[in-house]
Ligand binder design. Structure first.
Ligand SMILES: O=C(O)C(=O)C[C@H](O)[C@H](O)CO
Ligand SMILES: [Mg+2]
Length: 402
């Protein structure tokens, strides 16, 4: 089975997506998500100019060999652009192999380890009471786990708060929107949000929170301790993770579970974190961490240290990633939870898919492959629209972490 074509499709049904479509000489094709929010064209060019030409004629069945060929052959290993490109190729090849075998991808990986995939939704509001109400609405939709993010008095553009009831879309302008961050205001505010959420919704609902890289390790330790009476399912990205050892400090002070890794693109980004059990959930994804092939390696290493998966699933990861991730989630033995930010109807029309939501869980469906396709005619109607992610500055104007 030879690779005949490898095409990059850029589309913007409300937000930008980059998709790789690999067609074989046996008529079977597969697709992979190559979207890197705010840097989409870099990956599109990496694929079109440097990868697609050297894929043509290769055996589509040799997934591992092609992974190694692209990873080692790049010489300049790792990084979000390289690994998103490799992820897209890998995902497309797994899609092809499962279709050729006439089975859903999860069966090819080893079959189902569970009946359905627990997901968490995103509730947010302009203030505490609006967020409490939104969590209640998500509970009424059947969600068993809900991320809560709120506007913070005195903080312009607090992370995770949608403008109006629209889907939360942070990449909102061609040049980065400047937001302001005030750690003291946040540290005083966040515990009050979860105290109120527990008071309003009780002790059972799983509550998650994304700190989004905003704190120093000792501040994260303080907040983790303050969260303990409210039993969070996890606090996410408490501090930037280039320095994996920094999490030893947080771990010493709090039992609030930690989730990390949506920005990781290699097993080396999380090796110390996993081997020293410095985190509880690894958020690496199919789209950015080397596809199914490397994500399996990361999950297997994590499993040795009681760390569970919690794959990233924001709306800037296309339905292709959601579909492939759900097959992975159904199979992986040390599954934790899957993030699920619903895409818009406009996006779903471009990416018809087999996965479905029911009562707080998703299932990937039984279609051969990962069960997601791209409607090229519809995709062509939505031209690329340059957008960048925001930046954050402290109140004194210093650049900070968005
Ligand atoms: O979904 C999450 O947990 C995020 O942190 C969303 C990110 O801000 C988003 O994917 C960046 O493009
Ligand atoms: Mg996050």
């Amino acid at each position: 089975m030879k690779i005949k074509t490898a095409r990059v499709i850029v589309t913007c049904p409300g937000r930008n997506f980059v998709t790789l479509k690999i067609e074989t000489d046996e008529g079977v094709y597969g697709i992979g998500d190559a979207t890197l929010n705010g840097r989409e064209k870099a990956v599109a060019s990496y694929l079109e100019d440097h990868v697609a030409p050297i894929l043509i004629g290769r055996d589509a069945r040799r997934i591992e060999d092609i992974w190694q060929f692209l990873y080692r052959g790049a010489y300049w290993r790792r990084g979000p652009v390289t690994m998103t490109a490799i992820s897209a190729v890998d995902t497309a090849l797994w899609d092809i192999k499962a279709k050729a075998a006439g089975m859903p991808l999860y069966q090819l990986l080893g079959g189902a380890s569970r009946d359905r995939v627990l997901v968490y939704g995103h509730a947010n509001g302009a203030d505490i009471e609006a967020t409490v109400d939104e969590v209640g609405r998500y509970m009424s939709l059947g969600y068993k786990a809900i991320r809560a993010q709120s506007g913070i008095p005195g903080v312009k553009g607090a992370y995770g708060v949608a403008r109006g009831k629209m889907y939360y879309e942070p990449a909102d302008a061609a040049a980065p929107t400047e937001t302001v961050w005030d750690t003291t205001a946040y540290l005083n505010f966040a515990p009050k949000l979860f105290e109120r959420l527990r008071e309003a919704h009780g002790p059972v609902i799983e509550l998650l929170h994304d700190i989004h890289h905003r704190l120093t390790p000792i501040e994260a330790a303080r907040l983790g301790k303050a969260f303990e009476p409210f039993r969070l399912f996890w606090m996410e990205d408490p501090t930037p993770a280039e320095n994996q050892e920094a999490f030893r400090l947080i771990r010493q002070h709090t039992v609030t579970p930690i989730a990390l890794g949506e920005v990781f693109n290699s097993i080396h980004d999380c090796r110390t974190l996993l081997e020293e059990q410095l985190i509880d959930y690894i958020r690496a994804t199919v789209a950015h961490a080397g596809g199914i092939t490397q994500l399996r390696r990361i999950a297997d290493l994590a499993g040795l240290y009681h760390v569970r998966t919690g794959c990233h699933g924001a709306t800037d990861l296309s339905p292709v990633t959601m579909g492939a991730a759900l097959h992975f989630d159904l199979w992986v033995p040390n599954f934790g939870i899957q993030e699920y930010m619903m895409h818009t109807e406009e996006t779903d029309a471009v990416f018809p898919h087999a996965y479905s939501f029911d009562d707080g869980y998703l299932h990937p469906g039984e279609a051969p492959g990962h069960g997601v396709d791209i409607d090229e005619k519809r995709a062509a109607k939505h031209p690329y629209d340059p957008k960048q992610l925001p930046v954050a500055r402290l109140t004194d104007g210093s650049m900070w972490n968005w």
